[in-house]
Design a protein around this ligand. Structure first.
Ligand SMILES: Cc1cc2nc3c(=O)[nH]c(=O)nc-3n(C[C@H](O)[C@H](O)[C@H](O)COP(=O)(O)OP(=O)(O)OC[C@H]3O[C@@H](n4cnc5c(N)ncnc54)[C@H](O)[C@@H]3O)c2cc1C
Length: 492
Protein backbone atom coordinates (compact mmCIF):
# COMPACT_ATOMS: atom_id res chain seq x y z
CA UNK A 1 0.00 0.00 0.00
CA UNK A 2 1.38 3.42 -0.97
CA UNK A 3 0.04 6.81 0.13
CA UNK A 4 -0.25 9.87 -2.04
CA UNK A 5 -1.71 13.32 -1.54
CA UNK A 6 -3.36 13.40 -4.96
CA UNK A 7 -3.68 10.68 -7.59
CA UNK A 8 -4.63 11.79 -11.08
CA UNK A 9 -6.09 9.13 -13.39
CA UNK A 10 -5.22 9.83 -17.04
CA UNK A 11 -2.25 11.18 -18.94
CA UNK A 12 -3.72 13.75 -21.34
CA UNK A 13 -3.96 17.51 -21.16
CA UNK A 14 -6.68 17.60 -18.47
CA UNK A 15 -4.77 15.16 -16.26
CA UNK A 16 -1.41 16.90 -16.63
CA UNK A 17 -2.95 20.33 -15.96
CA UNK A 18 -4.64 18.87 -12.87
CA UNK A 19 -1.36 17.35 -11.67
CA UNK A 20 0.58 20.59 -12.26
CA UNK A 21 -2.08 22.59 -10.48
CA UNK A 22 -2.27 20.22 -7.49
CA UNK A 23 1.52 20.19 -7.19
CA UNK A 24 1.46 23.93 -6.50
CA UNK A 25 0.01 23.18 -3.03
CA UNK A 26 0.73 19.55 -2.12
CA UNK A 27 3.85 17.42 -2.10
CA UNK A 28 3.09 14.03 -3.56
CA UNK A 29 1.18 13.78 -6.81
CA UNK A 30 0.96 10.60 -8.87
CA UNK A 31 -0.29 10.39 -12.45
CA UNK A 32 -1.60 7.02 -13.61
CA UNK A 33 -1.50 6.74 -17.40
CA UNK A 34 -3.00 3.59 -18.90
CA UNK A 35 -0.92 3.80 -22.07
CA UNK A 36 2.75 2.98 -22.22
CA UNK A 37 4.96 5.99 -22.79
CA UNK A 38 5.13 5.61 -26.58
CA UNK A 39 1.34 5.92 -26.81
CA UNK A 40 0.77 8.19 -23.81
CA UNK A 41 -0.98 11.55 -23.85
CA UNK A 42 -4.48 10.50 -24.80
CA UNK A 43 -6.48 12.33 -27.41
CA UNK A 44 -4.62 15.47 -26.44
CA UNK A 45 -1.51 14.15 -28.18
CA UNK A 46 -3.47 13.57 -31.41
CA UNK A 47 -4.62 17.17 -31.63
CA UNK A 48 -3.34 20.08 -33.63
CA UNK A 49 -3.00 21.82 -30.28
CA UNK A 50 -5.61 24.47 -31.05
CA UNK A 51 -7.08 26.30 -28.05
CA UNK A 52 -10.26 28.39 -28.23
CA UNK A 53 -9.87 31.35 -25.91
CA UNK A 54 -11.59 34.69 -25.41
CA UNK A 55 -9.21 37.56 -26.23
CA UNK A 56 -9.46 41.25 -26.93
CA UNK A 57 -6.76 41.55 -29.58
CA UNK A 58 -3.03 41.37 -30.22
CA UNK A 59 -2.15 42.62 -26.71
CA UNK A 60 -3.79 39.61 -25.06
CA UNK A 61 -2.10 37.29 -27.56
CA UNK A 62 1.27 38.89 -26.81
CA UNK A 63 0.96 37.70 -23.21
CA UNK A 64 0.86 34.16 -24.61
CA UNK A 65 3.22 34.57 -27.56
CA UNK A 66 5.85 37.00 -26.28
CA UNK A 67 7.99 36.48 -29.38
CA UNK A 68 5.26 37.80 -31.68
CA UNK A 69 7.15 40.43 -33.69
CA UNK A 70 5.95 43.92 -34.54
CA UNK A 71 6.02 42.90 -38.20
CA UNK A 72 3.81 39.88 -37.55
CA UNK A 73 1.39 42.08 -35.64
CA UNK A 74 1.40 44.61 -38.51
CA UNK A 75 0.82 41.91 -41.12
CA UNK A 76 -2.00 40.20 -39.27
CA UNK A 77 -5.56 41.00 -38.43
CA UNK A 78 -6.04 38.92 -35.25
CA UNK A 79 -9.44 40.44 -34.67
CA UNK A 80 -11.01 39.83 -31.28
CA UNK A 81 -12.98 36.97 -29.81
CA UNK A 82 -14.87 38.33 -26.85
CA UNK A 83 -16.27 36.38 -23.91
CA UNK A 84 -19.73 37.21 -25.23
CA UNK A 85 -18.88 35.69 -28.62
CA UNK A 86 -17.48 32.53 -27.01
CA UNK A 87 -20.58 32.25 -24.77
CA UNK A 88 -22.85 32.83 -27.77
CA UNK A 89 -21.02 30.19 -29.80
CA UNK A 90 -21.29 27.66 -26.98
CA UNK A 91 -24.99 28.36 -26.53
CA UNK A 92 -25.76 28.28 -30.23
CA UNK A 93 -23.90 25.12 -31.22
CA UNK A 94 -25.09 23.18 -28.15
CA UNK A 95 -28.66 24.28 -28.86
CA UNK A 96 -28.78 26.19 -25.56
CA UNK A 97 -28.18 23.12 -23.42
CA UNK A 98 -24.62 23.72 -22.22
CA UNK A 99 -24.47 23.98 -18.44
CA UNK A 100 -24.51 27.75 -17.83
CA UNK A 101 -22.25 27.74 -14.75
CA UNK A 102 -19.61 25.44 -16.21
CA UNK A 103 -19.74 27.23 -19.56
CA UNK A 104 -19.22 30.61 -17.92
CA UNK A 105 -16.14 29.23 -16.18
CA UNK A 106 -14.87 27.66 -19.40
CA UNK A 107 -15.16 31.00 -21.19
CA UNK A 108 -14.05 33.40 -18.45
CA UNK A 109 -11.09 31.31 -17.37
CA UNK A 110 -9.97 30.46 -20.90
CA UNK A 111 -7.45 33.31 -21.19
CA UNK A 112 -6.19 33.27 -17.55
CA UNK A 113 -5.74 29.49 -17.77
CA UNK A 114 -3.60 29.52 -20.89
CA UNK A 115 -1.68 32.43 -19.36
CA UNK A 116 -1.05 30.18 -16.35
CA UNK A 117 0.12 27.41 -18.70
CA UNK A 118 2.43 29.84 -20.44
CA UNK A 119 3.81 30.95 -17.07
CA UNK A 120 4.42 27.34 -16.15
CA UNK A 121 6.35 26.90 -19.41
CA UNK A 122 3.97 25.75 -22.17
CA UNK A 123 4.73 27.65 -25.38
CA UNK A 124 2.12 28.90 -27.82
CA UNK A 125 2.03 30.35 -31.30
CA UNK A 126 -0.60 31.79 -33.62
CA UNK A 127 -2.39 29.22 -35.81
CA UNK A 128 -1.33 30.91 -39.05
CA UNK A 129 -1.43 27.69 -41.06
CA UNK A 130 -4.91 26.55 -40.11
CA UNK A 131 -7.14 29.39 -39.06
CA UNK A 132 -6.03 32.35 -41.14
CA UNK A 133 -6.21 33.28 -44.80
CA UNK A 134 -3.90 35.70 -46.55
CA UNK A 135 -5.73 38.53 -48.25
CA UNK A 136 -3.91 41.43 -49.86
CA UNK A 137 -0.63 40.35 -48.22
CA UNK A 138 -2.20 40.35 -44.73
CA UNK A 139 -3.26 37.37 -42.64
CA UNK A 140 -6.80 37.49 -41.35
CA UNK A 141 -7.96 35.14 -38.60
CA UNK A 142 -11.49 33.85 -38.66
CA UNK A 143 -13.80 31.80 -36.45
CA UNK A 144 -12.30 32.82 -33.09
CA UNK A 145 -9.61 30.19 -33.09
CA UNK A 146 -6.17 31.77 -33.02
CA UNK A 147 -3.98 30.02 -30.50
CA UNK A 148 -2.00 26.83 -30.98
CA UNK A 149 0.46 25.01 -28.72
CA UNK A 150 3.97 24.91 -30.20
CA UNK A 151 4.44 21.46 -31.73
CA UNK A 152 0.68 20.81 -31.78
CA UNK A 153 -0.68 18.04 -29.56
CA UNK A 154 2.62 16.12 -29.35
CA UNK A 155 4.43 19.34 -28.41
CA UNK A 156 1.82 20.15 -25.78
CA UNK A 157 2.04 16.74 -24.10
CA UNK A 158 5.81 16.74 -24.24
CA UNK A 159 5.97 20.17 -22.61
CA UNK A 160 3.42 19.30 -19.92
CA UNK A 161 5.17 16.01 -19.16
CA UNK A 162 8.53 17.74 -18.76
CA UNK A 163 6.98 20.37 -16.51
CA UNK A 164 5.33 17.66 -14.42
CA UNK A 165 8.62 15.85 -13.99
CA UNK A 166 10.38 19.08 -13.05
CA UNK A 167 7.67 19.72 -10.47
CA UNK A 168 8.39 16.34 -8.88
CA UNK A 169 5.18 14.71 -10.09
CA UNK A 170 5.51 10.96 -10.52
CA UNK A 171 4.08 9.42 -13.71
CA UNK A 172 3.39 5.71 -14.02
CA UNK A 173 2.91 4.55 -17.60
CA UNK A 174 1.09 1.33 -18.42
CA UNK A 175 -0.90 1.85 -15.20
CA UNK A 176 -4.61 1.18 -15.69
CA UNK A 177 -6.89 2.42 -12.90
CA UNK A 178 -9.59 -0.19 -12.33
CA UNK A 179 -11.75 1.15 -9.52
CA UNK A 180 -11.95 3.66 -6.71
CA UNK A 181 -11.37 2.91 -3.05
CA UNK A 182 -14.40 4.48 -1.43
CA UNK A 183 -16.57 4.25 1.66
CA UNK A 184 -19.27 6.36 3.29
CA UNK A 185 -16.81 9.16 3.95
CA UNK A 186 -15.69 9.46 0.32
CA UNK A 187 -12.86 8.39 -1.96
CA UNK A 188 -9.54 7.26 -0.50
CA UNK A 189 -7.59 5.91 -3.43
CA UNK A 190 -7.46 3.84 -6.55
CA UNK A 191 -7.09 0.20 -7.48
CA UNK A 192 -4.62 0.01 -10.34
CA UNK A 193 -3.08 -2.68 -12.51
CA UNK A 194 0.59 -1.83 -12.97
CA UNK A 195 3.51 -3.98 -14.08
CA UNK A 196 1.29 -7.03 -14.15
CA UNK A 197 0.03 -6.59 -10.58
CA UNK A 198 -3.26 -5.28 -9.23
CA UNK A 199 -2.62 -3.06 -6.21
CA UNK A 200 -4.33 -0.53 -3.98
CA UNK A 201 -2.96 3.00 -3.82
CA UNK A 202 -4.32 5.31 -1.16
CA UNK A 203 -4.67 9.03 -1.74
CA UNK A 204 -6.24 11.92 0.08
CA UNK A 205 -7.92 13.03 -3.14
CA UNK A 206 -8.38 11.58 -6.63
CA UNK A 207 -8.82 13.44 -9.91
CA UNK A 208 -10.39 11.51 -12.79
CA UNK A 209 -9.26 12.71 -16.22
CA UNK A 210 -9.38 9.46 -18.17
CA UNK A 211 -11.28 10.61 -21.26
CA UNK A 212 -14.61 9.60 -22.78
CA UNK A 213 -15.86 6.20 -23.96
CA UNK A 214 -15.44 6.61 -27.72
CA UNK A 215 -12.91 3.77 -28.00
CA UNK A 216 -15.29 1.31 -26.36
CA UNK A 217 -17.21 -0.28 -29.24
CA UNK A 218 -19.83 -1.80 -26.98
CA UNK A 219 -20.59 1.41 -25.05
CA UNK A 220 -20.57 3.39 -28.30
CA UNK A 221 -23.26 1.16 -29.73
CA UNK A 222 -25.13 1.04 -26.45
CA UNK A 223 -25.24 4.80 -25.82
CA UNK A 224 -24.75 6.52 -29.18
CA UNK A 225 -26.95 3.98 -30.96
CA UNK A 226 -26.86 1.25 -33.57
CA UNK A 227 -24.36 1.93 -36.33
CA UNK A 228 -21.80 3.60 -34.08
CA UNK A 229 -19.80 0.40 -33.88
CA UNK A 230 -19.01 1.17 -37.54
CA UNK A 231 -17.33 4.50 -36.82
CA UNK A 232 -13.55 4.83 -36.72
CA UNK A 233 -11.89 6.23 -33.62
CA UNK A 234 -9.79 9.29 -34.41
CA UNK A 235 -7.65 9.29 -31.34
CA UNK A 236 -6.38 7.08 -28.55
CA UNK A 237 -7.55 3.50 -28.17
CA UNK A 238 -7.37 3.84 -24.38
CA UNK A 239 -10.41 6.04 -23.74
CA UNK A 240 -12.91 3.28 -23.08
CA UNK A 241 -14.93 4.99 -20.35
CA UNK A 242 -12.99 3.57 -17.38
CA UNK A 243 -13.03 6.83 -15.44
CA UNK A 244 -16.75 7.29 -15.98
CA UNK A 245 -17.52 3.70 -14.94
CA UNK A 246 -15.35 3.88 -11.84
CA UNK A 247 -17.23 6.96 -10.63
CA UNK A 248 -20.70 5.64 -11.55
CA UNK A 249 -19.86 2.47 -9.60
CA UNK A 250 -19.58 4.49 -6.39
CA UNK A 251 -22.72 6.54 -6.98
CA UNK A 252 -21.65 9.46 -9.19
CA UNK A 253 -24.34 11.08 -11.32
CA UNK A 254 -24.28 10.76 -15.11
CA UNK A 255 -25.16 13.95 -16.98
CA UNK A 256 -25.20 15.41 -20.46
CA UNK A 257 -25.63 14.22 -24.00
CA UNK A 258 -24.96 10.48 -23.58
CA UNK A 259 -26.15 9.75 -27.11
CA UNK A 260 -24.05 12.59 -28.54
CA UNK A 261 -20.45 12.92 -29.60
CA UNK A 262 -17.96 14.90 -31.59
CA UNK A 263 -17.46 13.14 -34.93
CA UNK A 264 -15.97 14.32 -38.21
CA UNK A 265 -15.30 13.34 -41.78
CA UNK A 266 -12.34 10.92 -41.63
CA UNK A 267 -10.54 8.99 -44.36
CA UNK A 268 -12.59 5.96 -45.36
CA UNK A 269 -9.56 3.69 -45.13
CA UNK A 270 -8.15 5.00 -41.87
CA UNK A 271 -7.33 2.38 -39.22
CA UNK A 272 -9.80 1.38 -36.51
CA UNK A 273 -8.22 3.75 -33.97
CA UNK A 274 -5.85 6.69 -34.26
CA UNK A 275 -2.32 6.46 -35.60
CA UNK A 276 0.08 8.86 -33.88
CA UNK A 277 2.28 9.00 -36.98
CA UNK A 278 -0.62 10.52 -38.93
CA UNK A 279 -2.25 12.40 -36.03
CA UNK A 280 -5.27 14.33 -37.22
CA UNK A 281 -4.20 13.95 -40.87
CA UNK A 282 -7.04 11.56 -41.67
CA UNK A 283 -9.60 14.30 -41.10
CA UNK A 284 -10.98 16.02 -44.18
CA UNK A 285 -12.28 19.44 -43.20
CA UNK A 286 -12.36 21.42 -46.46
CA UNK A 287 -15.86 20.35 -47.51
CA UNK A 288 -17.20 23.95 -47.38
CA UNK A 289 -15.27 24.59 -50.63
CA UNK A 290 -16.76 21.58 -52.46
CA UNK A 291 -19.73 19.22 -52.43
CA UNK A 292 -20.56 15.93 -50.76
CA UNK A 293 -21.90 12.93 -52.74
CA UNK A 294 -23.06 9.71 -51.09
CA UNK A 295 -23.09 6.11 -52.37
CA UNK A 296 -26.45 6.75 -54.03
CA UNK A 297 -24.81 9.58 -55.96
CA UNK A 298 -26.78 12.25 -54.08
CA UNK A 299 -25.94 15.34 -52.07
CA UNK A 300 -27.21 15.11 -48.50
CA UNK A 301 -25.98 18.06 -46.44
CA UNK A 302 -25.45 21.82 -46.74
CA UNK A 303 -21.65 21.91 -46.96
CA UNK A 304 -21.67 25.70 -46.58
CA UNK A 305 -24.14 26.09 -43.71
CA UNK A 306 -21.52 27.79 -41.54
CA UNK A 307 -17.78 28.13 -41.04
CA UNK A 308 -16.08 24.76 -40.82
CA UNK A 309 -15.42 25.28 -37.08
CA UNK A 310 -19.15 25.18 -36.42
CA UNK A 311 -20.18 22.24 -38.59
CA UNK A 312 -17.28 19.78 -38.74
CA UNK A 313 -18.00 18.19 -35.36
CA UNK A 314 -21.57 17.25 -36.22
CA UNK A 315 -21.14 16.25 -39.88
CA UNK A 316 -19.35 13.00 -38.99
CA UNK A 317 -22.68 11.71 -37.71
CA UNK A 318 -24.33 12.80 -40.95
CA UNK A 319 -21.76 10.85 -43.00
CA UNK A 320 -22.22 7.79 -40.76
CA UNK A 321 -25.95 7.95 -41.56
CA UNK A 322 -25.34 7.61 -45.32
CA UNK A 323 -25.69 4.30 -47.17
CA UNK A 324 -22.50 2.26 -46.62
CA UNK A 325 -21.40 4.90 -44.08
CA UNK A 326 -19.26 6.88 -46.49
CA UNK A 327 -19.27 9.82 -48.87
CA UNK A 328 -17.13 11.64 -51.43
CA UNK A 329 -15.93 15.21 -51.07
CA UNK A 330 -15.65 16.65 -54.58
CA UNK A 331 -13.53 19.68 -55.53
CA UNK A 332 -12.27 21.32 -58.68
CA UNK A 333 -8.89 22.90 -59.37
CA UNK A 334 -10.09 26.42 -58.43
CA UNK A 335 -10.05 25.56 -54.73
CA UNK A 336 -7.11 23.17 -54.73
CA UNK A 337 -4.79 25.72 -53.11
CA UNK A 338 -7.32 26.21 -50.38
CA UNK A 339 -7.54 22.57 -49.37
CA UNK A 340 -6.03 21.96 -45.95
CA UNK A 341 -2.72 20.12 -45.56
CA UNK A 342 -4.49 16.90 -44.61
CA UNK A 343 -5.56 16.49 -48.28
CA UNK A 344 -1.92 16.15 -49.28
CA UNK A 345 -0.88 13.32 -46.94
CA UNK A 346 0.32 10.03 -48.39
CA UNK A 347 -2.40 7.97 -46.66
CA UNK A 348 -5.31 9.52 -48.52
CA UNK A 349 -8.20 7.89 -50.40
CA UNK A 350 -8.40 10.07 -53.48
CA UNK A 351 -9.48 9.87 -57.11
CA UNK A 352 -9.11 12.46 -59.85
CA UNK A 353 -10.28 13.05 -63.40
CA UNK A 354 -10.01 15.61 -66.17
CA UNK A 355 -13.76 15.66 -66.64
CA UNK A 356 -16.61 15.11 -64.23
CA UNK A 357 -17.44 11.99 -66.28
CA UNK A 358 -13.96 10.59 -65.72
CA UNK A 359 -14.08 11.45 -62.04
CA UNK A 360 -17.38 9.69 -61.34
CA UNK A 361 -16.28 6.65 -63.38
CA UNK A 362 -13.68 6.11 -60.63
CA UNK A 363 -16.18 6.34 -57.79
CA UNK A 364 -16.32 2.73 -56.63
CA UNK A 365 -19.27 1.57 -54.54
CA UNK A 366 -21.29 4.50 -55.85
CA UNK A 367 -24.23 5.06 -58.23
CA UNK A 368 -22.10 6.80 -60.84
CA UNK A 369 -24.91 7.86 -63.15
CA UNK A 370 -26.78 9.62 -60.38
CA UNK A 371 -23.53 11.14 -59.09
CA UNK A 372 -22.86 12.74 -62.49
CA UNK A 373 -26.42 14.03 -62.76
CA UNK A 374 -26.19 15.45 -59.23
CA UNK A 375 -22.94 17.30 -59.95
CA UNK A 376 -24.38 18.79 -63.15
CA UNK A 377 -27.58 19.77 -61.41
CA UNK A 378 -25.55 21.39 -58.65
CA UNK A 379 -23.46 23.35 -61.16
CA UNK A 380 -26.58 24.65 -62.84
CA UNK A 381 -28.05 25.77 -59.50
CA UNK A 382 -25.13 27.93 -58.36
CA UNK A 383 -25.91 31.66 -58.21
CA UNK A 384 -22.76 33.33 -59.46
CA UNK A 385 -23.82 36.93 -58.81
CA UNK A 386 -22.03 37.27 -55.45
CA UNK A 387 -18.25 36.69 -55.33
CA UNK A 388 -16.66 33.71 -53.56
CA UNK A 389 -14.99 34.82 -50.30
CA UNK A 390 -13.73 32.14 -47.87
CA UNK A 391 -13.29 34.67 -45.04
CA UNK A 392 -16.92 35.55 -44.60
CA UNK A 393 -20.17 33.71 -45.01
CA UNK A 394 -20.34 35.00 -48.57
CA UNK A 395 -23.95 34.06 -49.30
CA UNK A 396 -22.90 32.54 -52.63
CA UNK A 397 -25.52 29.83 -52.81
CA UNK A 398 -27.50 27.39 -54.90
CA UNK A 399 -31.17 27.66 -55.64
CA UNK A 400 -33.84 25.08 -56.29
CA UNK A 401 -32.03 21.93 -55.11
CA UNK A 402 -33.44 19.48 -52.57
CA UNK A 403 -30.37 20.23 -50.47
CA UNK A 404 -29.08 23.73 -51.14
CA UNK A 405 -25.65 25.04 -50.34
CA UNK A 406 -25.92 28.41 -48.58
CA UNK A 407 -22.35 29.75 -48.77
CA UNK A 408 -19.20 29.26 -50.86
CA UNK A 409 -21.10 27.56 -53.71
CA UNK A 410 -18.62 27.41 -56.59
CA UNK A 411 -19.38 25.62 -59.81
CA UNK A 412 -17.23 22.55 -60.40
CA UNK A 413 -15.88 23.54 -63.79
CA UNK A 414 -12.07 23.63 -63.68
CA UNK A 415 -10.13 20.39 -64.20
CA UNK A 416 -8.58 18.39 -62.79
CA UNK A 417 -11.39 17.35 -60.50
CA UNK A 418 -10.70 15.48 -57.29
CA UNK A 419 -12.79 13.43 -54.87
CA UNK A 420 -11.85 12.11 -51.43
CA UNK A 421 -13.64 9.20 -49.75
CA UNK A 422 -14.54 9.77 -46.13
CA UNK A 423 -16.38 7.96 -43.39
CA UNK A 424 -17.16 8.93 -39.80
CA UNK A 425 -14.34 9.40 -37.31
CA UNK A 426 -15.46 9.77 -33.70
CA UNK A 427 -13.41 12.18 -31.61
CA UNK A 428 -14.96 12.02 -28.16
CA UNK A 429 -18.25 11.40 -26.40
CA UNK A 430 -20.29 14.18 -24.79
CA UNK A 431 -22.01 12.34 -21.92
CA UNK A 432 -20.14 11.89 -18.66
CA UNK A 433 -19.90 12.76 -15.00
CA UNK A 434 -21.63 15.65 -13.29
CA UNK A 435 -19.25 18.13 -11.67
CA UNK A 436 -19.78 21.49 -9.97
CA UNK A 437 -17.79 24.65 -10.55
CA UNK A 438 -15.04 23.37 -8.21
CA UNK A 439 -14.73 20.25 -10.40
CA UNK A 440 -16.05 18.13 -7.53
CA UNK A 441 -17.84 15.00 -8.77
CA UNK A 442 -21.51 15.09 -7.80
CA UNK A 443 -23.34 12.01 -6.59
CA UNK A 444 -26.71 10.91 -7.90
CA UNK A 445 -28.11 12.33 -4.65
CA UNK A 446 -26.83 15.75 -5.66
CA UNK A 447 -23.95 16.12 -3.19
CA UNK A 448 -20.22 16.34 -3.92
CA UNK A 449 -18.45 13.02 -3.33
CA UNK A 450 -15.67 13.86 -0.85
CA UNK A 451 -12.21 13.36 -2.29
CA UNK A 452 -13.30 12.95 -5.92
CA UNK A 453 -12.74 15.48 -8.71
CA UNK A 454 -12.95 15.28 -12.50
CA UNK A 455 -11.98 17.18 -15.63
CA UNK A 456 -11.87 16.92 -19.40
CA UNK A 457 -13.62 14.63 -21.82
CA UNK A 458 -15.23 12.46 -19.13
CA UNK A 459 -17.25 15.39 -17.77
CA UNK A 460 -20.79 15.72 -19.12
CA UNK A 461 -23.11 18.70 -19.51
CA UNK A 462 -20.78 21.10 -21.33
CA UNK A 463 -20.94 19.95 -24.97
CA UNK A 464 -24.17 18.80 -26.62
CA UNK A 465 -24.87 17.89 -30.27
CA UNK A 466 -21.94 19.93 -31.54
CA UNK A 467 -18.90 21.81 -30.36
CA UNK A 468 -16.96 24.94 -31.28
CA UNK A 469 -13.53 23.77 -32.56
CA UNK A 470 -10.66 24.08 -30.10
CA UNK A 471 -12.83 23.95 -26.97
CA UNK A 472 -11.74 20.46 -25.90
CA UNK A 473 -8.20 21.41 -24.91
CA UNK A 474 -9.41 24.62 -23.28
CA UNK A 475 -12.01 22.61 -21.36
CA UNK A 476 -9.38 20.14 -20.16
CA UNK A 477 -6.98 22.90 -19.12
CA UNK A 478 -9.56 25.08 -17.36
CA UNK A 479 -11.22 22.28 -15.39
CA UNK A 480 -8.01 20.30 -14.98
CA UNK A 481 -6.44 23.29 -13.28
CA UNK A 482 -9.53 23.76 -11.10
CA UNK A 483 -9.74 20.04 -10.26
CA UNK A 484 -6.08 19.92 -9.24
CA UNK A 485 -6.42 23.02 -7.05
CA UNK A 486 -9.67 21.78 -5.49
CA UNK A 487 -8.17 18.36 -4.80
CA UNK A 488 -5.17 20.00 -3.11
CA UNK A 489 -7.38 22.41 -1.14
CA UNK A 490 -9.57 19.57 0.07
CA UNK A 491 -6.67 18.05 1.96
CA UNK A 492 -4.80 21.08 3.19
C1 LIG B 1 -7.49 13.76 -34.01
C2 LIG B 1 -7.98 14.73 -32.96
C3 LIG B 1 -7.76 16.09 -33.11
C4 LIG B 1 -8.23 16.99 -32.16
N1 LIG B 1 -7.92 18.32 -32.30
C5 LIG B 1 -8.24 19.17 -31.29
C6 LIG B 1 -7.77 20.53 -31.28
O1 LIG B 1 -6.96 20.95 -32.13
N2 LIG B 1 -8.18 21.34 -30.27
C7 LIG B 1 -8.98 20.90 -29.25
O2 LIG B 1 -9.33 21.67 -28.37
N3 LIG B 1 -9.40 19.62 -29.20
C8 LIG B 1 -9.04 18.75 -30.18
N4 LIG B 1 -9.43 17.44 -30.09
C9 LIG B 1 -10.22 17.03 -28.90
C10 LIG B 1 -9.27 16.90 -27.71
O3 LIG B 1 -8.31 15.93 -28.02
C11 LIG B 1 -9.95 16.47 -26.43
O4 LIG B 1 -11.10 17.22 -26.20
C12 LIG B 1 -9.00 16.66 -25.25
O5 LIG B 1 -7.70 16.33 -25.60
C13 LIG B 1 -9.44 15.79 -24.09
O6 LIG B 1 -8.46 15.87 -23.07
P1 LIG B 1 -8.54 14.86 -21.86
O7 LIG B 1 -7.29 15.09 -21.07
O8 LIG B 1 -9.84 14.96 -21.19
O9 LIG B 1 -8.50 13.40 -22.54
P2 LIG B 1 -7.26 12.64 -23.19
O10 LIG B 1 -6.24 13.57 -23.70
O11 LIG B 1 -7.83 11.66 -24.15
O12 LIG B 1 -6.63 11.86 -21.97
C14 LIG B 1 -7.26 10.76 -21.37
C15 LIG B 1 -6.18 9.91 -20.77
O13 LIG B 1 -6.73 8.93 -19.90
C16 LIG B 1 -5.99 7.75 -20.04
N5 LIG B 1 -6.79 6.64 -19.49
C17 LIG B 1 -7.92 6.10 -19.98
N6 LIG B 1 -8.35 5.12 -19.16
C18 LIG B 1 -7.49 5.07 -18.12
C19 LIG B 1 -7.38 4.26 -16.96
N7 LIG B 1 -8.28 3.32 -16.69
N8 LIG B 1 -6.33 4.46 -16.12
C20 LIG B 1 -5.39 5.39 -16.38
N9 LIG B 1 -5.45 6.19 -17.47
C21 LIG B 1 -6.48 6.04 -18.33
C22 LIG B 1 -5.69 7.67 -21.51
O14 LIG B 1 -4.63 6.81 -21.80
C23 LIG B 1 -5.36 9.13 -21.80
O15 LIG B 1 -4.01 9.41 -21.55
C24 LIG B 1 -8.96 16.52 -31.03
C25 LIG B 1 -9.16 15.16 -30.86
C26 LIG B 1 -8.66 14.26 -31.80
C27 LIG B 1 -8.87 12.79 -31.58
Amino acid sequence: MQNWDVIVVGGGNAALCAALSASESVKSVLVLERAHEDEAGGNSRFTAGLFRIAYEGADDLKTLIPDLSEEEIRNTDFGTYTEEQFLDDMARVTEYRCDPDLTEILVKRSLPTVQWMRKRGVRFTAAWGRQAFKIGGRFKFWGGLTLEAVGGGPGLIEAETQLARTAGIEIWYGARALSLLADDSGVHGVVVRYQGKTRELTARAVVLAAGGFQANTEWRTRYLGPGWELAKVRGTRFNTGDGIRMALDIGAAPVGNWSGCHAVAWDRNAPETGDLAVGDGFQKHSYPWGVYINAEGKRFVDEGADFRNYTYAKYGRVVLGQPKQFAWQVFDAKVKQQLRDEYRIRQVTKISGNTLEELVSKMEDTDQQTALATLKQYNAAVRTDSPFDPNVKDGRHTEGLDVNKTNWANTLDTPPFEAYAVTCGITFTFGGLRINTNAEVISSDGEPIPGLFAAGELVGGIFWFNYPGGSGLTNGSVFGRIAGASAANSIS
